[in-house]
Design a protein around this ligand. Sequence first.
Ligand SMILES: Cc1ncc(COP(=O)(O)O)c(C=O)c1O
Length: 506
Amino acid sequence: MKLASKPGHCVPGELTNCRNRIAGLDVVKHPRRWDKPGAGCADTVSVMANHKSNGVKNRPEASRVRQAARELLAAVAEENEEGALSPKAYERSMREIERLRGQPLFYRGVSGGTGSGARVRLADGTTRIDFISGIGVYGFGHSDPDLLETAVIAAAGDAVYQGHLFPGAEYLKLSKALLRHAGKQMKHVWLSISGAMANENALKLILQKHAPADRVIVFEGAFAGRTLAMAELTDRPGYREGLPLRGNVLHVPFFDPNDPNSIERSVAALEAHLKRHPGRVAAMLFELVQGEGGFNTAPREFFVALMERCRSAKIAVWVDEVQTFARTGELFAYRTLDLEQYVDVATAGKALQGSAVVFRKAYKPRPGLIAGTFAGSTVGLAVGARIIERLESDGYLGAEGRIAVLGGRFERRLDALRKRLPDFIGESSGIGAMQAFIPFDGSEEIVAAIVHAAFEEGVMVFGTGSNPAKIRMLLPVNTTDEELEAGFTMLEKAIRRVAEERDLAG
Ligand SMILES: Cc1ncc(COP(=O)(O)O)c(C=O)c1O
């Protein structure tokens, strides 16, 4: 999807002396394991070395503290590169994690605690290209030197966590950075840790303002988080099985590119809810790119039609940007799509390294409604603010920015793959650093098979949506051409392998 340009916005043990033990497991010294066959990354060492000077601008002058941070990071990297778990110990660590949490690991892998750019090392010494970024968390990929320095310096300060009672400088810096990008109508910000908690805060301040209205309209396919209230706003019956429900959630279909009357259909559904529940609807919740629902996108006119109706009905326009944050070309996708005039409340998370709700003055909650012990870890707050600075100063934002360019490069590679495998690659969707496509018939089973085959070939991708299910990628915004090419080569191998194993046409 092409990005809309947005007028007037900025473009632009101990340091572990137990070197042969990791988490109580045996470690074999294997300094060259980065090139281990099977990871498909024979050139990893040189690529990683190149990554160390990642062209970061706006870096504070080297001070004694920064120098010390660099030395510490270099020592940690050296340690990490030397140790890899033996195959037996690696298997054991996976089994132990699975036993302790009572659930299998999604990927058969455990992180090795170091990486570079889109590449991450596993604890067995092999590498993967990570195109899912912890479902959106690693905005600048792995072991970014500048972010690690920021983290190390922040970690050496007063406290590991900061709260709302006695916040520090990092809290203020991040709050200001968020409001700088939220648009001038947004006057307040409240920090929290998880996306679900930010959404809980959003829901509470909306309900307080609109009381006694207590219903919320959501899109079919919505995902809002894992708390009790968010599980109900999420359109996945399996995610709320056995939970008590309030029964106050109403659904509207998301945009359907194959239906010429899609906008009218969704507006009519909204209209019907407003008529059926007069004075009882508090808000409509928007995911501008549906994260778990299939990376579905919609043209600006679709959102405008619905948001205008929400405003005329005086119900809150609430945008969940937990997954879209910093991936669509602006920090907030509602700014990428030039929708800020309509938005009352928005939430962010994941790539922010914490979470937040931003809101208009009219939504300021009365004292006591929103609090909570933790605002974020000092490291998370400092790194979140630094990520925003980097996005601003290194040309990532805007219609011509690096995120938009990455989206274009991804789409061209996917088109080329589709030409080679026309029966295997279906429709694609996404914006910027959020991209997805339908493989084969779009069954969840085939998506799962490709995701696991891709992991074995050396690239981490993930599934999204159902009917059709898709392969989704949340690319690090600084993904290089080389990483993109290597990742696509592995993905193609995985798709061909699945086709061959299942005797699918092609
Ligand atoms: C759109 C959206 N909202 C909320 C959440 C919940 O965030 P968290 O898992 O940090 O609680 C997610 C997580 O995937 C999400 O994608």
